[in-house]
Design a protein around this ligand. Structure first.
Ligand code: UD1
Length: 335
């Protein structure tokens, strides 16, 4: 099966391309490298010693995307291309409404013209806001979004549910990611954060390598066992595998599949720091600062639905992910 992967050079996209190739799919990447670098595609080829096609275009450009679909005649699409920085979305909401919503609509305009059997969408646990109960199941209510970024994920899900009604030929999967971290065990692909990272793991690895002086723990007075926030950190290779399983399952689907993709295990910021220091034998320079606005004290997944529906399981744990993230950071420093 031929699968268009928008954002296939990105963090989650690149790991999914590897998984697609390993499972006999033919990925076709559509990425204009605005948040990545072409060497990521070269490194995917090195991991598997296999080649694949890629198009350096903006997937929101309807005319150019239609030409790719006409030429390649894909069976399915995984749509990763989007922006994901919560703070930036508050400063520049129109960028997010354009790149995450207008682009999605444009991609769907093209999808509607072709016999596409499956569409897999990157959603986020951010749709649950500050959940009243953890673990968070798919039945938990969608809460008013904290940021334009979060709102684009909620609206994106609704757009796809409406699209499914009018295009029953295309099976829709909405994957609600918890906190993707780590890198490929080969150390050849991983995250390329732009500027100062907002997310915890890239900040940790950049501090450990000396790019940042010190890590600030955003508050230790939450109602959690050690006072720091709890998240469900999922290895990006495990997250990638859920996309391939969703494609395989799409034949059986009668309505959109909405599933959490998380390990089901919560870890606090201090636990992550301790685990990073232990598995990598590195001391981290950190101090505790004030809370960051908008952080929920504890968010981790009830992942029973994805296990049941897709037979998905995570193979890696937090220690593995932190080991691989550190390997990747060290490899980047040598480039
Ligand atoms: C955020 C987004 C989520 C998105 C994810 C991408 C929201 C509310 N959250 O998740 O949608 O999918 O990024 O990976 O929209 N921390 C520190 N010091 C730091 C950085 C982070 O203590 O320097 C803490 C945070 O306060 C938080 C935890 O680490 O408690 C995780 O933060 P982060 O990696 O930014 O992820 P989320 O905010 O959970």
């Amino acid at each position: 099966m031929k699968i268009i992967v928008t954002g296939g050079a990105g963090f989650i996209g690149s790991h999914t391309v590897v998984d697609l190739l390993e499972n006999g799919f033919e990925p076709i990447i559509v990425d204009d490298f605005r948040n990545s670098k072409p060497f990521i595609l070269d490194n995917i080829k090195k991991i598997l010693n296999r080649d694949f096609k890629s198009y350096d275009i903006d997937c929101g450009d309807v005319d150019r995307l239609r030409v790719v679909f006409e030429k390649e005649k894909p069976d399915g699409i995984i749509h990763f291309a989007a922006d994901k920085a919560v703070n930036e979305s508050v400063i520049d909401p129109l960028k997010y409404y354009h790149n995450n919503i207008t682009t999605l609509v444009n991609v769907l305009k093209v999808v509607a013209l072709f016999p596409i059997k499956s569409f897999v969408f990157s959603s986020s646990c951010t749709v649950y806001g500050v959940p009243k109960k953890v673990p968070v199941s798919e039945k938990s209510p969608i809460q008013p979004a904290f940021s334009p970024y979060g709102f684009t994920k909620q609206v994106g899900e609704q757009i796809l549910k409406d699209f499914a009604q009018s295009n029953p030929k295309t099976a829709i999967s909405l994957l609600r990611y918890f906190n993707p971290i780590g890198a490929h065990p080969s150390g050849l692909i991983g995250e390329l954060p732009l500027g100062v990272p907002n997310n915890l793991i890239p900040f940790i690895t950049q501090t450990a390598i000396g790019i940042r002086k010190s890590l600030t723990v955003n508050g230790d007075d939450y109602e959690t066992p050690d006072g720091t926030c709890i998240r469900d950190y999922i290895h990006v290779v495990d997250l990638a595998s859920a996309h391939v399983l969703a494609l395989k399952n799409s034949k059986k689907q009668k309505e959109p599949l909405v599933v959490n993709i998380g390990t089901g295990k919560g870890s606090s910021v201090l636990e992550v720091i301790n685990s990073f220091e232990k598995v990598n034998g590195v001391k981290l320079n950190y101090s505790v600062g004030p809370r960051r606005g908008g952080d929920a004290p504890s968010v981790y997944a009830d992942n029973s639905l994805v296990k049941k529906m897709l037979g998905w399981e995570n193979k890696f744990n937090l220690d593995d992910a932190l080991k691989h993230a550190w390997q990747w950071e060290k490899n980047l420093a040598e480039q």
